[in-house]
Ligand binder design. Structure first.
Ligand code: ATP
Ligand code: MG
Length: 328
C-alpha cells in the first residue's frame, strides 16, 4: 500500500523560493512513490481579511505555480480547500478537541500576534492550526512535507489524533512530519535572522519570488546581507547569511554542504554569490517557462477533477468521525 502524502500552501501572496525549497520540492520529489494530495489552503487565507478579487487571483496563481514547480496532475490530486466543504466541518470538530493553552503555545501564533494585544488578534490566527489538523486527518495522511515553521502544527495534529482515538475509538491515522535536513527554513536575504515569508509587507529586497524577473532575483542575491569573516562556511549561529546561501545552493543542486565549503575555500563572497545567483536564476527560468504554457481552462479542469477525488475520501473520514462522536 502506498503511503499518503499531503501538503498545502496559503494563497496569501506570490510563492517564494522558501515555499519551493522548504515544502513543494520535497513533495514533487516523492509524488510518484505516494498517494499524493496537494491543496491551495484558501480557507486559511481568510484567517485575516483579504480583498476577494486579489484572493481569487492568488488562488489561481497558486495552482499554476504548483504545476510550474513540477506537481504532476497525473500523479497528484490537486484541489482547492474550499471546494471540499468537509474541511470546514472537520476543522470545527478539531477546534473543539483543543485547549486554549495548546493554541496559545503555537510559536507562529505568538510571532504573528506580537504587538496586537489580546483585543486585536484575529481569532482566525488563533484557531487556524486546528483547521490544519483537520486538513491532514481528512485524508488519512501518513507524511506531511513542510518547512520547519509548520512542524509544531503537525505535532499538534498527532496529539489531537491520539486524544480523539483514545476518547472515541480508533478513527484517525497518525501522520508523520517530513522536514528535509537542508532548506527547511530559508531566511530573508536582508535579515537572515527572520524566515523568508511570502506575505511580508513592505520592501521585498530579502525575498525571492518564483515569478520574479530574473535580473531582479540576481540583484537580490548579490546584495544579500552576509558578514565580514570572508569565509564560505556553514555556521548558522555566527554566519547566518552565508549559511542561508549555502543551504539554497545545496538544496537546488543536491551538492553536499562540505563539498561547497571546500570548493569555495579561500575564495571571495562575490564569486560564491554569483554561483548561487546562477543556480537560482536557472531554477526560476525553468519554473517560469512551464508557467507560461498553462491556461485557465487547464487549471479549472485539474482542480475540478481534484476536488471530486479529494471529496470522496474526505466525506468518508468525516462520516467516520461523526459516527465516533455519536453524530451520525
Ligand atoms: P505566509 O507569510 O502567508 O505565512 P509563508 O511563506 O510562510 O507565507 P505558508 O503558506 O505559510 O508560506 O507555508 C507554505 C509551506 O511553505 C509550508 O510548508 C511552510 O513550512 C513552507 N515555508 C514557508 N516559508 C518557508 C521558508 N522560508 N523556508 C522553508 N519553508 C518555508
Ligand atoms: Mg507561513
Amino acid at each position: 500500500m502506498k503511503k499518503v502524502m499531503l501538503t498545502g500552501v496559503r494563497p496569501s501572496g506570490n510563492l517564494t523560493l522558501g515555499n519551493y525549497l522548504g515544502a513543494i520540492k520535497n513533495f514533487v520529489d516523492r509524488q510518484d512513490k505516494c498517494k499524493s494530495y496537494i491543496f491551495i489552503a484558501d480557507l486559511h487565507a481568510i484567517t485575516s481579511p483579504k480583498d476577494p478579487k486579489l484572493l481569487k487571483e492568488s488562488v489561481e496563481n497558486c495552482i499554476a505555480m504548483y504545476l510550474a514547480c513540477g506537481v504532476d496532475p497525473k500523479k497528484t490530486i490537486i484541489f482547492k480547500q474550499s471546494d471540499v466543504l468537509e474541511h470546514g466541518t472537520m476543522g470545527f470538530i478539531m477546534t473543539f478537541q483543543t485547549k486554549m493553552g495548546e493554541l496559545s503555545r503555537m510559536t507562529q501564533f505568538k510571532h504573528k500576534s506580537q504587538g496586537l494585544g489580546k483585543e486585536g488578534v484575529d481569532t482566525g490566527l488563533f484557531v487556524y492550526p486546528t483547521l490544519m489538523v483537520g486538513d491532514i486527518l481528512l485524508y488519512n495522511t501518513n507524511i506531511v512535507p513542510v518547512g520547519k515553521d509548520q512542524q509544531q502544527h503537525v505535532e499538534l495534529t498527532r496529539d489531537l489524533a491520539e486524544r480523539f482515538n483514545k476518547r472515541y475509538g480508533e478513527t484517525f491515522v497518525m501522520p508523520d512530519v517530513y522536514i528535509a535536513p537542508i532548506g527547511n527554513k530559508i531566511l530573508n536575504l536582508q535579515n537572515p535572522l527572520e524566515k523568508m515569508n511570502k506575505s511580508d509587507s513592505g520592501d521585498n529586497r530579502g525575498t525571492i519570488f518564483l515569478m520574479e524577473d530574473i535580473n531582479v532575483a540576481r540583484k537580490k542575491i548579490m546584495s544579500a546581507v552576509t558578514d565580514n569573516l570572508n569565509c564560505v562556511r556553514f555556521d548558522e549561529e555566527n554566519q547566518p547569511g552565508i549559511s542561508n546561501l549555502i543551504s539554497i545552493l545545496a538544496k537546488i543542486t543536491g551538492e553536499e554542504i562540505a563539498s561547497i565549503e571546500r570548493r569555495f575555500s579561500g575564495k571571495g563572497y562575490g564569486e560564491f554569490k554569483r554561483e548561487v545567483a546562477d543556480r537560482v536564476c536557472e531554477l526560476l527560468s525553468e519554473i517560469q517557462t512551464r508557467y507560461k504554457g498553462l491556461s485557465s481552462e487547464m487549471l479549472d479542469a485539474i482542480t475540478t477533477d481534484g476536488a471530486k477525488r479529494a471529496r470522496r475520501v474526505a466525506r468518508q473520514t468525516l462520516a467516520k468521525t461523526c459516527k465516533a462522536l455519536g453524530l451520525d
